[in-house]
Design a protein around this ligand. Structure first.
Ligand SMILES: [Zn+2]
Length: 269
């Protein structure tokens, strides 16, 4: 280990020299080894600790590996230690966890998703047990949430129902999160326009319509979705977009510009 003069204040090794006589480190860097014999046992002990620290700092992978090995070997010991510590420091752990969650919300969210995906069966069993113990409570809770979050509920229904239908027809499915965002956005507007008849409606009178119907292999994805009023959506049903466009342009009363469709990836035979 190389060392430096005591008057080099930025040096990491500085604490080492507190116990070294001035003659030793007055001059060029010296090896600690060479001065060990002149140190008291306490100084030797402190230097050993400092060396260990320096070694761990310079070999982070080795340090991590050995720390992990130790933890794996001493799980019970660690658990006991934390238990004791938590008992003698009430509330500290709770506050720390709270702070961590607050400062790492993205990390926590990702971890929770990962956990839920990994433990689906466990979670389903837990819910079943909970429902049996609290009959009717979860349904009431869900209804209450739906009542307070109509746009969110509608957007989830659009995304999830479409996915179920697509799965039945083996049709492709796009990113559900994007569909939810899209639906949430227009469901929270005051007025929306039907993609087909161009009339204005309140969002609750409109539905998400798959331009190329799922029944005809259309994808449940953002580029295949438009806002349609109930009447148009009902009339269109599972018609091919070409047939539907002809029908709507032939039967429109307002004589406005013809309804056209952009050529998007979904729109092909
Ligand atoms: Zn319409």
């Amino acid at each position: 280990m190389k060392t430096h003069k005591t008057n080099a204040p930025s040096c990491d090794c500085l604490p080492l020299f507190k116990w070294v006589s001035p003659a030793i480190h007055d001059g060029e860097p010296v090896l600690i080894m060479s001065i060990n014999s002149k140190l008291t046992p306490e100084e030797k002990r402190l230097i050993k600790i400092a060396r260990g620290k320096a070694y761990r700092k310079n070999n982070p992978e080795k340090k991590a590996a050995s720390a992990k090995a130790w933890r794996d070997k001493n799980k019970e010991k660690i658990r006991e230690h934390y238990k004791e510590w938590a008992a003698s420091n009430p509330g500290v752990q709770t506050q720390r966890s709270r702070n961590f969650r607050k400062n790492n919300s993205e990390k926590v969210k990702a971890y929770k998703t990962q956990w839920r995906n990994k433990n689906r069966d466990k979670l389903a069993q837990y819910r079943k047990t909970w429902d049996a113990k609290h009959p009717g409570k979860s349904v009431a809770k869900a209804l209450e949430w739906a009542k307070n979050n109509p746009e969110k509920r509608a957007s989830i229904m659009i995304a999830v129902k479409g996915r179920i239908r697509a799965a039945k027809k083996s049709a492709p499915v796009g990113e559900l999160k994007a569909i939810k965002e899209w639906a949430k956005q227009w469901k929270s507007l005051t007025v929306v326009s039907c993609h087909w008849c161009k009339d204005a409606f309140t969002p609750n009178k409109c539905q998400a319509d798959h331009v190329m119907p799922i029944a005809k292999g259309g994808a449940h994805c953002l580029t295949n979705l438009v806002i349609a009023c109930q009447s148009c959506n009902h009339r269109k049903s599972d018609k091919h977009p070409d047939a539907w466009l002809k029908e709507i342009n032939d039967t429109r009363r307002d004589k406005g510009p013809a309804v056209e469709l952009e050529i998007l990836p979904y729109y092909k035979d």
